[in-house]
Design a binder for this molecule. Structure first.
Ligand SMILES: [Zn+2]
Length: 426
């Protein structure tokens, strides 16, 4: 294995003006919520940019049917009658027309211990919890809190974001059928819902939604190597409709495009091919990648040597590789980073927070590159809020992440079979 990226390729990436242009153009598409014109615009842009990079490769579109959902309105009335800003969580159920009026029980962070200690307080009430820094060990995902609230008999779900003045978005994790009305709110709104001497505060939620069958796509571009093995480089297209989803995942998309530009004409000489994939409905439960991996035969899975998934790769200069339980891939990742003068940390446990998780669960070695892991001061803390805007991303960070990605992909495409066999060791 030659872990150092060919200086000529590194030079191409260092000088590629398209990286920053693409990042800004992707942000200009808007937040890219699945099912919106903004998402479609982003897919059209990606097609155009890949075509410019490799005109002979038309790519392939895999249809992705899913349960469509749209919020038409959402409101939250506080105990004093004031209306507070709120954001409907993806796939929240609707309330009755007159809304849902109930007492609010604040469970703080919303740990299993807090749910257990308040078991007798929750039934018939709206549960209030806090959104946590996603890229940290020990994080309790919003979906788990939502599920605990449902299991405990709550009638509504509120989650407070980390950033004063800003609501928070996210998915409830519900697919179809019963659920809870669920809203993201700002931290100061949560403060106004604290328990008082007079009792639990009462709030009214209203949510109006539309649901029905929908379809999006997964875009695939294959650049074959000299064998029938593949390295899959992926990023998700969709985001949330409260800003421009710049870090999550405009950064990953722009990096994948730049790596494709730099490597697509090289791969034919390499052992493994490069399969570039753009997934959607990731924010809704990793739907696009779940369908893709489920549809692969055992033989096809065995031919994918590694999935390198880019999700939120700028917003901090510190990069981590989440190795999804595949400890055998970590020495390779660290060697490539070191040979290219980059610092990288590896984090072992499988985190089901992006598309790599479906590859890993399907028996395919898979990593997620992410910036700002475990750093509460990194810009990544505002992902899923309206503050996930392009000003949080430094051009140099995005370029570093892109260079590291290109180095990892090139080395993975060229690694010998003994090396690649080690990646499958958990
Ligand atoms: Zn993401």
């Amino acid at each position: 294995m030659t872990p150092k990226l060919d200086p000529r390729i590194a030079g191409l990436i260092a000088a590629d003006d398209g990286l920053w242009r693409d990042f800004n153009d992707i942000c200009d598409c808007g937040g890219r919520l699945s099912g919106t014109a903004s998402e479609k615009k982003a897919f059209a842009l990606l097609r155009e940019r890949v075509r410019a990079a490799s005109p002979a490769n038309a790519g392939r579109s895999i249809p992705v049917p899913y349960n469509g959902w749209r919020a038409k309105s959402a409101t939250l009335r506080l105990p004093d009658g004031a209306m507070a800003a709120c954001h409907p969580l993806v796939r929240t159920i609707a309330t009755a027309k007159e809304g849902l009026t109930a007492e609010v029980v604040d469970l703080g962070r919303g740990t299993p211990e807090e749910f257990a200690e308040h078991a007798s307080d929750i039934k018939g009430r709206i549960v209030l919890v806090r959104h946590e820094l996603m890229f940290a060990a020990g994080t309790i995902h919003r979906r788990r809190k939502y599920d605990m609230a449902r299991a405990s008999g709550a009638v509504g779900f509120l989650i407070a974001g980390p950033l004063a003045g800003h609501v928070v978005a996210g998915s409830s994790g519900r697919d179809t059928g019963p659920g809870l009305p669920a809203l993201g709110i700002a931290p100061e709104t949560a403060a106004r819902l604290a328990r008082r001497a007079e009792g639990w505060p009462t709030a009214t939620m209203t949510v109006e939604t539309e649901e029905g069958p929908a379809e999006t796509e997964t875009l695939v571009y294959e650049y074959p190597g000299t064998t029938d093995e593949w390295i899959v480089l992926s990023a998700h297209v969709d985001g949330h409709d409260l800003a421009e989803s710049a870090m999550d995942n405009g950064s990953g998309l722009a990096s994948v495009l730049a790596v494709t530009r730099a490597l697509s004409s090289e791969v034919a000489r390499w052992r493994r091919g490069l399969r570039v994939m753009f997934f959607s409905v990731e924010e809704w439960a990793l739907t696009g990648s779940a369908q893709y991996v489920q549809a692969l035969s055992e033989a096809e899975r065995a031919k994918i040597a590694l999935n390198v998934n880019l999700d939120s790769v700028a917003g901090s200069p510190h990069l981590a590789a989440l190795s999804s339980g595949y400890g055998g891939v970590e020495p390779f990742l660290l060697q490539v980073a070191a040979a290219n003068g980059q610092s990288l940390r590896t984090v072992r446990p499988l985190m089901t927070n992006s598309d790599h998780a479906n590859f890993a669960a399907g028996g395919i070695p898979a990593i997620r590159l992410v910036a700002g892991f475990d750093d509460p001061t990194a810009h990544l803390r505002v992902v899923l809020t309206p503050a996930d805007t392009r000003d949080k991303v430094a051009q140099g960070e995005l370029r570093q992440a892109t260079l590291l990605t290109a180095a990892l992909v090139a080395a993975a495409c060229n690694a010998d079979t003994a090396e690649a066999a080690r990646w499958r060791i958990r």
